[in-house]
Ligand binder design. Structure first.
Ligand SMILES: Cc1ncc(COP(=O)(O)O)c(C=O)c1O
Length: 363
């Protein structure tokens, strides 16, 4: 599969019918295993009998205000654009910045492929760069080499999907130094809520300074609202105005708006999500390592691993036969991206993987 033909992960419903009876387990789409924020669910219930009316403009404004306030008191609604999922927000940026047919993007090959897919469809040129072969870091000189006079967008995913690795504040400064001022840097922060390291970049000062920069985030992961489709971008008012210019009215539905507002207040659900992720990530890393896998350090809600002797596809097929869905890592041969689940789900994954490995290598 080429990188521009990104296919979303399988759903439980996609499993062969005979396997669906075996309590399918999906650890493939980095969803929140705790479920949605209870406060968001309550807000949805409270609004069900208003579905006959269009969402008000005020509601969207309120959500933008609440998102801004949840990040910094220096941000306001004018710094925020919301979308039907982070993907729609990325699409707004692409539609806006890739208007000319020769407008190009500089994109990492081993990363979230939405923009590659967009450009694949629109016919806009893509200049790919590779991440480091060993530790998947972004190399400023490779990014610089991928920037041409026609380049309008550079994409950095941090923490990076599918590797889980991250770019430090210092490393990002080296990257921004090679990007011309008139080229927009998209910093995809879909997994920022799971970050647990002091040297992760804080780009708000750059946004407030009016830099040509766009931060993307989502309610799909930390708030467990993937099905509702809600994401947002943070940028200077000038960039937001430009990006938001392409959106149509009512592009985010009312239930998503009220659920998003409520979820922002759900500190308890957020903390439980982070605690479960931290503990599960450590446990899975230890267990996979014990089973002869190489596991990359992750700052996200998933881990990337490969086995020293058994091909990834053999493991994926073996797990699938036990009704467990995991994902080949896009852009990377022979690696698996595994989402962190609840403790009992992680335990089932390890038990099943042990059985598959025993069958393959007989120990
Ligand atoms: C790196 C990255 N960016 C963006 C998105 C899109 O988020 P959403 O589900 O809100 O569209 C995802 C979703 O998995 C992601 O992993």
């Amino acid at each position: 599969m080429s990188i521009t033909e990104y296919k979303p992960g399988l759903s439980i419903e996609d499993l062969p019918t005979e396997l669906q009876t075996q309590e399918p387990l999906k650890l493939a789409s980095n969803e929140n295993p705790l479920g949605p924020s209870p406060l968001a669910l309550q807000a949805i219930r409270d609004n069900l009998d208003t579905l006959n009316t269009y969402p008000s403009r005020q509601l969207e404004w309120q959500l933008r205000q609440a998102i801004a306030a949840s990040i910094s008191d220096q941000l306001g609604p004018e710094h925020i654009v919301i979308g039907s999922g982070g993907i729609e927000v990325l699409e707004f940026v692409a539609r806006n910045h890739l208007t000319r047919p020769d407008a190009a993007s500089a994109l990492p090959r081993q990363s979230f492929p939405f923009l590659a897919r967009y450009s694949g469809r629109s016919g806009n040129p893509i200049n790919f760069f590779d991440l480091d072969e060993e530790d998947f870091s972004y190399h400023p000189e490779r990014i610089a080499a991928a920037i041409t006079p026609g380049t309008r967008l550079v994409y950095v995913c941090n923490p990076n999907n599918p590797t889980g690795t991250y770019t430090t504040a210092t490393a990002l400064r080296h990257i921004t130094a090679v990007i011309p001022d008139d080229v927009l840097l998209i910093h995809d922060e879909a997994y920022i809520d799971f970050v647990d390291t002091p040297d992760f970049p804080d780009l708000l000062p750059e946004v407030l300074a009016g830099k040509n920069l766009f931060l993307m985030r989502t309610f799909a992961k930390i708030y467990g609202l993937a099905a509702l489709r809600l994401g947002y971008g943070i940028a200077s008012p000038a960039v937001i105005e430009r990006v938001a210019g392409v959106k149509r009215n009512f592009h985010v539905n009312k239930l998503a708006l009220v659920a998003g507002l409520a979820a922002l207040n759900d500190a308890e659900h957020r903390q439980r999500t982070i605690a479960n992720n931290m503990a599960g990530k450590q446990w899975l890393t230890d267990q996979l390592t014990r089973l002869g896998c190489r596991v990359w350090p992750s700052q996200a809600n998933f881990v990337l691993f490969s086995h020293q002797s058994v091909p990834a596809q053999t493991l994926i097929d073996g797990l699938m036969a036990l009704a467990i869905i995991v994902r080949p890592a896009f852009g990377l041969d022979n690696h698996i991206r595994l989402s962190i689940g609840m403790p009992e789900q992680n335990a089932r994954l390890v038990k099943s993987l042990t059985a598959v490995l025993q069958q393959e290598i007989g120990d």
